[in-house]
Ligand binder design. Structure first.
Ligand code: NI
Ligand code: MN
Length: 226
């Protein structure tokens, strides 16, 4: 699968013929000024929680592409009221099989309100099991023992984890999380967008190396194949 990074916690996955976008926060992100939201093609938009830095461009991209928003019930209802026709509501612990794979919504320890202050349900992560690979998108979360449940049910190939500290795990907790999930390869997210979550890239790479993990920090706009 191909993975393109659009900054903060936003990634586009190209899985077979399907284009799956996570947590689009692009147009307000100064670090992502080279990315034009209207150029992004997506079939599905998965939202981990309702915070602005995860959903800001979801409405526009959904409308541009007639994409389906997959999120918790409160968030999909909110988008339904905004005129988004294609939504798939879920809640923590549930799973759904979509054309690109099976998506399980898993626990995240975080809060969730929508940009206008509406209740956003609880924050979540996703485990996505595709034909060839399984990955864990942690969303915004603290380190939690709940992560140990994931390898009991899935053989995870790689994980996307927040490393920016302050609002989520830092790199040290993310490395423990990687052990909990039993994964060697971690794509870092949720760092550098705001001063609160600025990181020292050399330092985090060193921490990952000492933890015997492969940490991947993508440039914004960069695409990799995994
Ligand atoms: Ni958040
Ligand atoms: Mn966030």
């Amino acid at each position: 699968m191909k993975i393109t990074y659009y900054g903060q916690s936003c990634f586009l996955f190209e899985i077979g013929k399907n284009r799956v976008l996570f947590d689009p926060f692009i147009s307000p992100n100064e670090l992502a000024s080279s990315i034009n939201v209207d150029d992004i093609k997506a079939d599905y938009i998965l939202l981990s929680h309702g915070h602005q830095d995860h959903v800001h461009d979801a409405e526009q991209i959904a409308k541009n592409n007639n994409a389906t928003i997959v999120a918790n019930f409160e968030i999909t209802t909110w988008y339904g009221n905004k005129g988004i026709k294609n939504v798939h509501p879920m809640n923590t612990g549930g799973k759904v099989t979509l054309p690109f794979g099976t998506v399980k919504m898993v626990n995240a320890i975080h809060s969730s309100s929508l940009p206008d202050g509406s209740y956003g349900g609880t924050a979540a992560g996703f485990v996505v099991e595709t034909e060839n690979q399984t990955f864990y998108y942690a969303g915004d979360t603290a380190l939690t023992y709940d992560m140990k449940l994931i390898p009991e049910q899935f053989d995870v190939d790689f994980a996307l984890m927040p490393i920016g500290d302050n609002f989520t795990m830092d790199i040290h907790d993310a490395m423990i999380a990687a052990d909990f999930v039993q994964v060697e390869k971690v794509i870092g997210m949720h760092y550098d967008t705001f001063p609160y979550i600025a990181i020292d890239k050399e330092e985090v790479m060193e921490v990952a190396k000492l933890a015997d993990k492969e940490l991947i920090l993508l440039e914004i706009g960069q695409t990799i194949e995994l």
